[in-house]
Design a protein around this ligand. Structure first.
Ligand code: SAM
Length: 273
């Protein structure tokens, strides 16, 4: 499996539970190849993956909507944006900068431009930037992005990406965020806690990636303790919640009973000081 395929999978998950994810445009990315991959993932790793990713999307959807409503617009910078569609779910006074690897960015821009022309998507102010976070320096990333930021304040999103990066690249990204943002701006981030390594479900996930990695598209399997977020220079940890807890809010009738049975990701909201 190539990393970009994970972006299609996550987007398809959101389309299965539009009422929870609130991503009414996710289905535009659905395709037969991803449709054939998903049943075996749900069977061999965990049947709850689609709903968990929808809960994750819902959390950031609510956070960014309240941030942009309070500030009457601004800029969303989505690092490792994959096929996420928040830019169309927020008001049109929000500009978006989408950042991902070249192949994703080229494909996403082409498809979105044509869907806007066809009237399948509303018009939004969107800029695209192809950056490989492992390969570009802190300075290069800042110099690429700074001229693209036209509106403030800034909400930065790093969703579903840290699992694929190592600690050095993660540190580099938070230094970039600190340079781009002003006090009061927010970062939303997602990662696994190190203790997830002791769960069967996480080991099934790693095994799945290892046995389906046909491309040497290697990645880090990063986990991050909450103390990392508590000690990021220039940021205050405002909120920390996991999908297990969020299930009680967004799917109260079928909330999860045991956090060790699910791939329980942790959501963090940091405020620039
Ligand atoms: C699982 S997808 C998540 C996409 C999206 N954020 C979401 O939640 O739907 C992971 C994304 O991270 C991107 N990514 C992984 N490593 C990256 C890197 N080194 N540089 C830039 N993007 C990267 C992938 O291309 C992919 O789009």
């Amino acid at each position: 499996m190539q990393i970009h395929e994970t972006a299609f999978i996550v987007s398809t998950y959101r389309s299965y539970h539009e009422d929870i994810s609130k991503d009414i445009y996710a289905e535009l990315w659905n395709n037969p190849k991803t449709d054939t991959l998903i049943p075996s993932i749900l069977e061999t790793i965990s049947k709850d993956e689609a709903i968990l990713h929808s809960i994750r999307n819902r959390f950031f959807y609510e956070q960014m909507r309240s941030f942009f409503t309070k500030n009457n617009g601004g800029t969303l910078i989505n690092f490792g944006s994959g096929f996420s569609m928040y830019q169309f779910l927020v008001e049109d006074n929000v500009s978006t900068i989408e950042i991902d690897k070249q192949d994703i960015i080229d494909y996403k821009k082409e498809k979105i431009d044509s869907w806007v022309l066809e009237g399948k998507l509303p018009y939004r102010e969107i800029q695209y930037s192809a950056i490989d976070f492992n390969q570009r320096t802190e300075k290069e990333i800042i110099e690429t992005l700074r001229p693209l930021i036209k509106n403030k304040p800034i909400f930065i999103l790093l969703e579903g990406v840290l699992f694929f990066l190592d600690q050095n690249t993660t540190n580099k990204l938070f230094k970039v965020f600190k340079e781009l943002q002003n006090p009061g701006d927010l970062v939303g981030s997602v990662s696994y806690l190190p203790e997830v390594k002791h769960t069967d479900v996480y080991n099934r996930l790693l095994k799945y990636f290892d046995s389906n990695n046909d491309t040497n598209d290697s990645f880090a399997h990063q986990t991050i303790p909450t103390s990392y977020y508590e000690n990021i220079e220039g940021y205050l940890l405002k909120e920390h919640i996991d999908e297990f807890q969020l299930s009680k809010i967004y799917i109260p009738d079928s909330a999860f009973k045991d956090k060790n049975q699910i791939l329980n990701e942790n959501m963090y909201l940091l405020e620039k000081t």
